[in-house]
Design a protein around this ligand. Structure first.
Ligand SMILES: Cc1cc2nc3c(=O)[nH]c(=O)nc-3n(C[C@H](O)[C@H](O)[C@H](O)COP(=O)(O)O)c2cc1C
Ligand code: SF4
Length: 778
């Protein structure tokens, strides 16, 4: 076709094309309007008809879960007929649940949005009961809670008398789709829900209730957290350990479910951890703990109007559920964080290249905190102070607003005064949730949830390659900072520790009984970052711990022999042995003292002298490629020199994804547990060949840690690595901190079978979980 002809035909066709276009447009708009009408009608029907149809469908087919399959099995029918059912709610019938009237929307304001100022707060106590024990429990609980609340100090909010509600009688829609609306203007303005439920593996009202919670959360027409208007909630479960010995086997499984769904519906406003008790065994203690905790929570609310930090929607939206990167005592972990810190430091105006340079950027403090007079102490060097140093103003080690302060607080430290710190160790969190304690529980009976990890000196005289904090914490060979009084540090670290523990009460899985126990510190690990004996008043500080019957595990870096010699009694005294020879020690610890090897050896000699007065420990941290290969003989020499009561051997822990900045460490430096075991066996052989009287006593595979012990702690062929803490304090009180006693005098009971060499060392009472919290078979 020629071009002119093609143009002509196109022009001729234009009016026809126009008509076709208009027709298409008309047809499309009619189709769209019809579709719109149909969709609107469908939505209208969905919102106005009851939910019978969908519930019936779900009941017929189940939700696919194990439980729903069980529920429809013939066996369940037999159980059903042989055991009386809980009283069903008056509004329910057999078959699908009917919901009459229109679905109430959660129109109550969220607690964050509620008007500030005094409010009337109503605690509501919901329960279900089949054979009456929960009902009796609830009555007793309500009376004691009421009495406790009467004694509480006047606060901002008015706490109304607690009310009991039977789950067989309440209309769930009234309480569990949204918090109740005030019936009269003078009625309650905010609510706390306390739910006390038994567990039954047969059909009971609990199933209806749980189904309601599940449905409400999953109902697409309702907000997924419609109960977030509540101030908080807490659950207590009753069960029977005889028939359902462990939680895996079903102990209190429905209380756990209620707790889980309430967390979802309230937007995680768990105000106090789930409590669980068995009326035939420990009901009274467990319930008393829970009652006390609930009362404290309500009192706090009355006084401050807030549930405190850590519970979402109550002042701090972040649940402190992050696993700390710090490992056991923080000294054996390296990770990539140093890179981050360096990066962030660059952004700081101080441009801190080395923490030694801290002095250059620190503001003059002009005095200690709390008005205490600064004491300038140089306790590691004995040369006379020069004119220049006399003229210098004494500074704070870690002043507020310094880059170091910011870095440390970001990492979860609470800085106390100007040179001390406290931090919750990851094992403390793990033990609170029943997921295992640190190896010191297996070896020495330290309850991780009652352990405070702290240091009175954030400064250290080494820059160990595997200490992920180097670059963050101050270093120095002499104390050239303001010295805080020990009382200030002692009170501050305890307050910091308890505050952090309290923040964990909303964390899923925290157990009420462990939480209650955690509010009494029993152990102190003086082994966080820094060097505790660097602090000039370490002995006074230890005295304060012991006066409150808090045991002390003190770890030092074998660089301060004079302070080590002057140290008074501690429950267990450690030195870190990071290498077996001078060159290796220089490479791995990167000490600041020029005479580091001499200092190190003097410390071993001091430990040898102390071994009949204190429990002494060598702590070896194995870093492949640095201090393992060909060093067994050298370590045996060191053991022969110091003759410690125990040798702890631990593989370095790695938490990051790439190498530790500066030191070039990577996963390749982390020994496998089998390699640690091999090393321990080789060392033990060498010690035996020399007739030193040591044996492999215990292990904690989970922490990659093995314990070699002196035969002094073996009685009749059984290891006794545990500590009799009670006896330790008695000895201390009878004979004073310089007192004459031997470690054998406070030797504890036999090391549990599960912790001994060859048995792994995981406490059978706890549940092992993987990084995502999924249970792992032992
Ligand atoms: C048929 C039956 C099934 C039970 N199932 C469980 C269970 O799965 N887990 C549990 O911890 N306790 C279970 N229990 C124990 C009860 O939860 C416990 O006795 C509780 O105190 C009963 O409370 P109540 O008297 O208020 O109904 C069961 C008891 C019975 C009689
Ligand atoms: S002793 Fe205490 S601080 Fe150290 S790892 Fe165990 S629980 Fe944590």
């Amino acid at each position: 076709m020629g071009f002119e002809r093609w143009v002509y035909e196109l022009q001729a066709a234009r009016p026809v094309a126009y008509i076709i276009d208009v027709w298409h447009l008309y047809r499309t708009s009619i189709l769209l309007t019809t579709f719109g009408i149909l969709v609107s009608a469908y939505i209208y029907l969905l919102l106005t008809t009851d939910r019978e149809y969908s519930v019936a469908l779900r009941n017929t087919y189940g939700d696919g879960s194990e439980k729903s399959r069980e529920a429809s099995s013939p066996q369940t029918v037999t159980e059903k007929s042989s055991v009386p059912l809980l009283k069903q709610p008056s509004t329910t019938t057999n078959g699908p649940r009917r919901i009459k009237g229109e679905l109430r929307r959660p129109d109550v304001k969220k607690s964050e949005d509620l008007p500030q100022g005094p409010r009337r707060v109503q605690p509501l106590i919901f329960f279900s009961s089949l054979t009456g024990s929960t009902e009796r429990t609830v009555k007793g609980f309500t009376e004691s809670l009421g009495a406790l609340l009467k004694q509480k100090p006047e606060g901002e909010h008015v706490i109304l008398e607690p009310k009991i509600l039977d789950l067989t009688e309440v209309d769930y829609d009234e309480y569990f789709i949204s918090p109740p609306k005030p019936a009269e203007p003078s009625g309650p303005e905010a609510y706390i829900y306390l739910l006390i439920v038994p567990s039954y593996n047969i059909d009971t009202i609990n199933d209806n209730f749980l189904e309601h919670l599940r449905e409400t959360h999953n109902d697409f027409r309702i907000d997924t957290a419609p109960l977030s208007g509540l101030l908080g909630y807490s659950v207590f479960g009753l069960g029977d350990r005889e028939g359902w010995p462990s939680e895996e086997e079903g102990f209190c499984f429905q209380a756990k479910e209620v707790d889980k769904w309430m967390a979802k519906l309230t937007g995680r406003k768990r105000a106090y951890p789930l409590g669980m008790g068995d009326p035939k065994r420990d009901m009274k203690e467990r319930l008393d703990e829970w009652t006390e905790g609930v009362k404290d929570m309500i009192s706090l609310l009355a006084e401050t109007g807030s549930l405190g930090e850590g519970v979402p929607g109550s002042g701090d939206a972040v649940e402190s559920d992050d696993e700390s990167v710090s490992g056991d005592d923080g000294e054996v972990v390296f990770e990539d964080e140093t890179v981050e810190l360096k990066r962030s430091k660059k952004n700081q105006s101080g441009n801190l290249e080395d923490v030694e340079d801290l002095g250059k950027i620190m503001k003059s403090s002009g005095g200690g905190q709390n008005g205490t007079a600064p004491i300038a102490v140089d306790f590691t060097t004995y040369s006379k102070p020069t004119k220049k140093s006399q003229a210098q103003t004494v500074k704070e080690m870690v002043p507020q607003n310094s880059p170091t302060y910011n870095s440390l607080t970001k990492q979860g430290y609470t800085i106390v005064g100007s040179h001390s710190g406290v931090k919750i160790c990851r094992w403390t969190k793990s033990a609170l949730r029943g997921r295992g304690s640190c190896y010191k529980f297996s070896f020495y009976g330290i309850a991780s949830h009652q352990c405070m990890e702290t240091t009175p000196s954030l400064s250290c005289s080494n820059k160990c390659v595997f200490c992920w904090r180097h670059g963050t914490n101050p270093v120095g060979t002499t104390w050239r900072w303001v010295v805080d009084p020990p009382e200030l540090i002692f009170d501050g670290v305890k307050a910091g520790h308890y505050k952090k523990i309290k923040m964990l009460r909303g964390v899923p899985g925290v157990r009420a009984e462990r939480f209650a126990e955690a509010m009494r510190i029993r152990h102190c690990a003086l082994s966080l970052v820094g060097e505790p004996i660097f602090y000039p008043h370490i002995n006074e500080f230890l005295g304060m711990l012991h006066a409150e019957r808090i045991s002390s595990f003190l770890v030092c870096n074998a660089q301060h022999p004079d302070q080590l010699a002057a140290l008074k009694a501690v429950t267990q005294l450690y030195v870190s042995i990071d290498a077996s020879n001078k060159e290796s020690l220089r490479k791995i610890d990167r000490p600041l003292h020029r005479d580091f090897w001499e200092r190190f050896q003097r410390c071993l000699d001091i430990l040898r002298e102390k071994r009949f007065k204190q429990r002494t420990v060598f702590r070896l941290t194995l870093v492949k490629g640095f201090n393992v290969d060909d060093e067994v003989e050298g370590y045996a020499d060191l053991v022969e020199r110091g003759l410690p009561c125990f040798v702890e051997i631990k593989g370095v822990t790695y938490c990051g994804t790439s190498s530790s900045a500066g030191a070039g460490l990577s996963m390749a430096n982390v020994p496998f547990y089998a390699e640690v075991q091999e090393f321990v066996e080789a060392l033990s052989r060498r010690l035996n060949e020399r007739g030193l009287g040591y044996g492999i006593a215990a292990e904690h595979a989970h922490s990659c840690c093995v314990l070699i012990a002196s035969e002094r702690f073996n009685k009749n062929g059984k290891w006794h690595t545990k500590i009799d803490y009670q006896r330790f304090f008695e000895l201390l009180e009878e004979r004073g901190a310089d007192g004459d006693w031997t470690p054998e005098e406070y030797m504890g009971e036999e090391t549990p079978e599960w912790a001994t060499w060859g048995n792994g060392g995981f406490d059978p009472r706890d549940q092992r979980v993987d990084r995502k919290g999924r249970p792992i078979e032992a």
